[in-house]
Design a protein around this ligand. Sequence first.
Ligand SMILES: NC(=O)c1ccc[n+]([C@@H]2O[C@H](COP(=O)([O-])OP(=O)(O)OC[C@H]3O[C@@H](n4cnc5c(N)ncnc54)[C@H](OP(=O)(O)O)[C@@H]3O)[C@@H](O)[C@H]2O)c1
Ligand code: SF4
Ligand code: SF4
Length: 398
Amino acid sequence: MLRTLKIDSATPRHMKGELNMKKRVMGKLGISSSAFGLGCMRFNGPASGDSVIDEQKAVSLIRRAIDGGVTYLDTAYVYLDKTSEIVLGKALLDGYRERVTIATKMPAEAVHNREEMEALLDTELKKLQTDHIDFYLMHGINREKWEYFKSIGAPEFFDDMKKAGKIRYKCFSFHGPYDQFEYILNDNDWDMVQIQYNFMDINNQAGTRGLELAGSKGIPVVIMEGLLGGRLAKAPQNVQALYDAFPVKRSAVEWAFRWLCNHPAVSVVLSGCNEPEQIDENLRIFDTVEAGIMTPDELKLMDDVRSAYISRTKIGCTGCRYCMPCPNGVNIPGIFSSWNNVSLYDTDPKDSWELGFILKNGAGADKCVGCGACEAACPQHLNIIESLQLAWKDLKQG
Ligand SMILES: NC(=O)c1ccc[n+]([C@@H]2O[C@H](COP(=O)([O-])OP(=O)(O)OC[C@H]3O[C@@H](n4cnc5c(N)ncnc54)[C@H](OP(=O)(O)O)[C@@H]3O)[C@@H](O)[C@H]2O)c1
Ligand code: SF4
Ligand code: SF4
């Protein structure tokens, strides 16, 4: 049984009809969408393991968002141990499906030929309990994955499925450097792209250049990681001081979403919410933001905030990998990236996925024998050997 939400004086404003979710036109598609799109990758109760969904709570969160005006829902075949699509399908019963558009994705790892692509799409339609998917994405591609998708005929398959009415739009989500994004964007006829973007990632991944390139072609852009997976929601002290000193008081989350929605090429901003309060807060924020809304002072504040974050950088490693491979298996750029990110966002090293990956692969700084091969290769002339030991001490003590 699904919980029925009772309306009383503590009821959020959107449930009393006092808020109107801002809509944005999705580029050349000409359709409109809520600016806030709900990401269905999280939904973990605090006491749950990583892949366990409290199904009733998740259904209630999804419906709360839709009742508040959200019309865009993002999931993927692999999310939450392949259960996210099932839960979304259940949430969209009782007339909710007709009120929204769904985005889901095909992972390269799961398909090797047309028969497998057909079977996967049919499985996803069944899990979602729908006869069509609105936005169908090649999941998390870079140049290598795109070449693979082309080699198995995925672009033609997507086109055929559009004609058959099983999907409406051919799209991709992207993780990689800008040059690869530009190549993929120009290499096919895309209906939508999904990129990682936030005020810290202007020069990272597709970045502002990628966003504007897609915008110039009329291709709608959906944003993921707008809060960097939640890291931008909790400002470290030097950043909070800047927010506090600004005449208009807003939370770190509100500043981050406001900055994103200010950009006219952004169509939808995804946010994965774990609690009803986060849904309500995001509904409130997205009611107030639209393209071109930020004043010069506000834009300067966000530049200062970015600089304040960057000032927390531990080491100027660019991740170029000239030092790799280390003959002793040390993941040098991975350790430096984890060290920087933990410092930048003031997070617990235990929550660093990069550190987890390094530990799992036995690629820690404890393997370094000080041979010096990496220092000779580093174009930044970094004192790698000493820095690795400092980084390892910080990360392992955290
Ligand atoms: N295609 C891909 O390769 C890919 C990759 C990543 C994400 N995605 C999609 O993009 C969606 C969005 O990414 P994301 O979930 O990483 O988004 P995000 O907005 O960057 O981070 C979501 C996290 O932000 C925090 N948060 C959200 N609203 C908040 C609020 N009002 N106040 C305080 N904290 C708040 C929560 O953190 P706490 O956990 O601390 O509560 C939440 O888990 C995902 O759900 C997924 O659907 C796709
Ligand atoms: S000095 Fe250490 S990290 Fe650098 S190459 Fe040698 S073993 Fe690897
Ligand atoms: S060569 Fe230097 S800058 Fe490049 S990844 Fe290695 S440590 Fe970082």
